[in-house]
Design a protein. Structure first.
Length: 394
């Protein structure tokens, strides 16, 4: 899939309109995702800052490290490409001196919320204001982006199914996390592959660690009893999606079965509310109130969902206090979770497209308990697992 030059031009124009509407002379774009969104040029900044300087009218200007200058001229909608020597650089040839020259005559300067403190400190002499212009434009996806996210969700689904298929009672994390490599090879085989903009995380969080969703499993951890959470975070050629399922390697306890049923009911409640015009905060409040009434108010750790796009976590935020309103061609997750200390976590997550009248579920792995209890002994996979663990010394 190739995005056309005209789409990048229109993205830039939308940001320029926001600059003009807010009476700014210029706006500095400095985050990697924002620059990629506006230009389509793949790059990795590391310690060297990159900038787009947008005015309310006229062509934009890129300021990049010297070693990236030729590469960044591929941007289809930039008027000029300037460069600085390196980072750090001798006085007079660093990024700030070059940026100062480009900002000459400008007083009201806008910057992104993600601006680093180092850059913000240098810009203190200017009348700087913070605006989420690019994030705002990114909320509603173009048809091209819808197709890219569909593609990413397709591989997220495959990766999740691969993790579940590889699981058996006593399986090691090494075996499950290795599934990501298989999916990576399939992507390379199937489509054009952007090595800097493709990242794959496929694996599982074992019980009881699954009650801590941002904990870090070890490759030699083994999955046995309890609710485990299979997870795939997929970024394919720049576009991110996810799929998660709670699964079991033996029949769950009554406590876990009850929590699993309530979690699925909370998901159903959220899905019934997904449609254009719905306030995102209201969805989260309704789901949280339902879970609290069901007795799980002390077992909640996070919001109902978040948006997808170039980032795995971006607006719209399905969270209490969010001012976002759903619109057609927004992408969100629905993932209410219940976390029982010492037992584990119960959570499914899906990638969801907001449509004209409701939603389309793009990740389609089963969500019912019967499909997610893995009973097969899988002797061949056990044998392969023993060989893999021996080779890796665990």
């Amino acid at each position: 899939m190739q995005i056309g030059r005209e789409e990048y031009v229109q993205r830039m124009k939308k940001v320029q309109k926001l600059i003009a509407d807010n009476s700014l002379d210029s706006f500095i774009v400095s985050s990697k995702e924002s620059i990629y969104y506006l230009t389509g040029v793949t790059f990795k900044p590391l310690e060297r800052p990159f900038f787009i300087l947008l005015r309310n009218t006229g062509p934009s200007v890129l300021l990049v490290p010297a070693l990236e200058r030729e590469h960044m001229t591929e941007a289809p909608n930039v008027g000029e490409v300037h460069s600085y020597w390196d980072y750090p650089a001798p006085n007079g040839s660093g990024w700030f001196e070059k940026l100062q020259g480009l900002l000459k005559g400008f007083n009201n300067v806008g910057v992104e919320p993600t601006l680093t403190q180092e850059i913000a400190a240098k810009l203190s002499p200017y009348n700087v204001k913070v605006f989420p212009f690019v994030e705002t434009v990114r909320l509603i996806k173009s048809e091209y982006e819808v197709n890219m996210l569909r593609q990413s969700a397709y591989y997220a689904d495959i990766a999740l199914a691969s993790v579940i298929k590889a699981a058996y009672f006593g399986v090691s994390e090494l075996e499950l996390f290795s599934q990501g490599r298989n999916v990576q090879m399939q992507i390379i085989k199937d489509i054009e592959y952007d090595v800097l903009n493709t990242n794959i995380l496929a694996g599982a969080w074992p019980a009881p660690m699954s009650a801590q969703p941002h904990s870090v499993p070890s490759v030699d951890d083994r999955l046995k009893e309890g609710p485990h959470i299979a997870l795939t975070l997929m970024r394919v050629n720049g576009y991110s999606t996810e799929c998660e399922r709670t699964f079991f390697l033996e029949k769950p306890t009554k406590q876990v079965m009850e929590a699993f049923e309530v979690m699925n009911k909370a998901r159903e409640l959220a899905f019934r509310m997904v449609r254009p015009g719905m306030n995102c905060g209201e969805i989260d409040v309704s789901v949280k109130d339902f879970l609290t009434k069901e007795g799980y108010g002390e077992n909640l750790l996070h919001r109902t969902g978040h948006g997808f796009g170039l980032s795995a976590h971006e607006g719209p935020w399905i969270a209490e206090g969010s001012i976002n309103t759903l619109e057609k061609n927004m992408f969100i997750s629905i993932e209410p979770g219940i976390y029982i200390e010492g037992v584990g976590g119960i959570r499914h997550s899906d990638t969801v497209l907001v449509t004209d009248n409701g939603y389309e579920l793009l990740t389609k792995n089963p969500t019912d308990m019967e499909s997610l209890i893995i009973r097969s002994l899988k002797p061949l996979k056990r044998l392969k697992g023993r060989v893999m663990r021996k080779v890796m010394g665990i």
